[in-house]
Design a protein around this ligand. Structure first.
Ligand SMILES: Cc1ncc(COP(=O)(O)O)c(C=O)c1O
Ligand SMILES: [Zn+2]
Length: 388
């Protein structure tokens, strides 16, 4: 474990990592864990394959996480998800297509990776009560890990969150509040009450450690593709933790000499009814304005304003990727298409990437023969109401 400090992603101010805290005390932007990777001799290129022999879980990357050795992780068996070749869909488009299937995580989504680590760190640093605004899957994951850790969980969700997510949170013991509004309204409610209630706020990118758990998505695809990153990554984007976490992992792997300076072209996929990153990308903006009248049935993409907007936009531009919006009815149709061709019951957010893939291929932004990784971030089983 070689973490040295936390650093603000905007102004660079250093913060102590062994302290329960949220945003930069100088500018209110997200904090990232910084590692002293030069001193990590046993992590050099020769040793990168030694991780393969370990148990397939997030925790096998422990040297790359701020993980004090004497404390046991709060685990439900997260991470180590399969990277599956999608030969039929890929064949139809003349590309080499792979799906990173995050739906097999505990609580059926990639939110498990961020939350297992964030809940663990919050407990280690002294939190007793946790709160999170959630479009669905983050709440379920936080509630489950909080139960496992013996901490109190408070989940604020928009009233139109899929029923399965709401029920899941309750059944694993969380206090659930339904709000007439969007995830941003839920976040505002937590911000208003957290001091008085003694809640630690686990909102996306408003504490430094969810991103460390999400970083393992990037470590895993590198390892699964034998340390050669794909040409293109498609990621269904709300708050952007996976996108930002993966990019951080790529940089850390390069510093360790595990990979070179090549990067995939990263594409954010959003819903036409809530596409703040797409609008800002197209307009050449550094930050994304709040998306007006946000709506989409892909609840994980219903994020009209994200604190990590500038980080996402930098990644999309530096990687020479882009951002693309797709309609809800296209996503829902794509679920059955992918399901019947590949045997995967994907979440609408994952399905959105398959729609985007077709469009990017048709417009020539993805070339014939290129290797593409799509993130299926969750399971269709949580969204049964959409398929009646
Ligand atoms: C299934 C699913 N996919 C994608 C997202 C968006 O993830 P992020 O906020 O990391 O961009 C979410 C967020 O709730 C989700 O539940
Ligand atoms: Zn700052």
């Amino acid at each position: 474990m070689s973490v040295s400090h936390l650093e603000c992603a905007a102004c660079g101010k250093r913060h102590e990592w062994r302290q329960l805290q949220n945003l930069c005390t100088a500018c209110g932007k997200p904090l990232f864990a910084i590692y002293d990777l030069g001193s990590a001799v046993k992590l050099d290129r020769k040793n990168r394959s030694s991780f393969q022999g370990r148990e397939k879980s997030l925790w096998r990357w422990c040297e790359l996480l701020p993980l004090p050795e004497d404390v046991k992780p709060v685990s439900l068996g997260e991470g180590g998800t399969p990277l599956l070749q999608a030969k039929r869909v890929g064949g139809d488009l003349d590309i080499d297509l792979w799906v990173k299937d995050e739906s097999v995580n505990p609580t059926q989504s990639f939110k498990a990776c961020g939350m297992s680590f964030a809940v663990w760190m919050a407990k280690y640093l002294g939190a007793k009560k946790l709160a999170v605004p959630s479009a669905g899957n983050a709440g379920g994951a936080m509630a489950a890990y909080a139960a496992r850790a013996g901490l109190e969980a408070h989940v604020f969700m928009p009233r139109d969150t899929p029923r399965a997510n709401i029920i899941e949170c309750r059944e694993v013991g969380a206090h659930v509040r339904l709000i007439d509004g969007l995830i941003t309204d839920c976040g505002a409610e937590i911000a208003k009450r957290k001091e008085k209630e003694g809640w630690f706020d686990l909102s996306t990118l408003k504490e430094p450690y969810r991103i460390e758990g999400k970083k393992t998505l990037g470590l895993e695809i590198a390892e699964q593709l034998d340390w050669k990153l794909p040409d293109v990554v498609l990621y269904p984007t709300g708050g952007g933790t996976g996108l930002i976490g993966m990019w951080k992992a790529f940089d850390e792997m390069e510093k360790l000499g595990w990979i070179g300076n090549e990067r995939p072209r990263m594409f954010s996929v959003q819903a036409s009814g809530c596409a703040p990153i797409v609008s800002a990308f197209e307009a050449g903006e550094k930050f994304a304005a709040e998306f007006p009248n946000a709506h989409t049935t892909a609840s994980g993409l219903r994020v009209p304003k994200a604190i990590g907007d500038f980080l996402m936009l930098d990644i999309l531009r530096n990687s020479k990727g882009g951002a693309i919006a797709v309609d809800d009815d296209e996503m829902i149709r794509a679920v059955r298409d992918v399901g019947s061709k590949e045997g995967l019951f994907v979440a609408p957010e994952g399905a959105a990437c398959f729609v985007a893939l077709k469009k990017l291929r048709a417009s020539g932004k993805i070339d014939r023969g290129e290797q593409v990784v799509i993130f299926n971030t969750g399971s269709g089983i949580k969204y049964l109401d959409l398929f009646e």
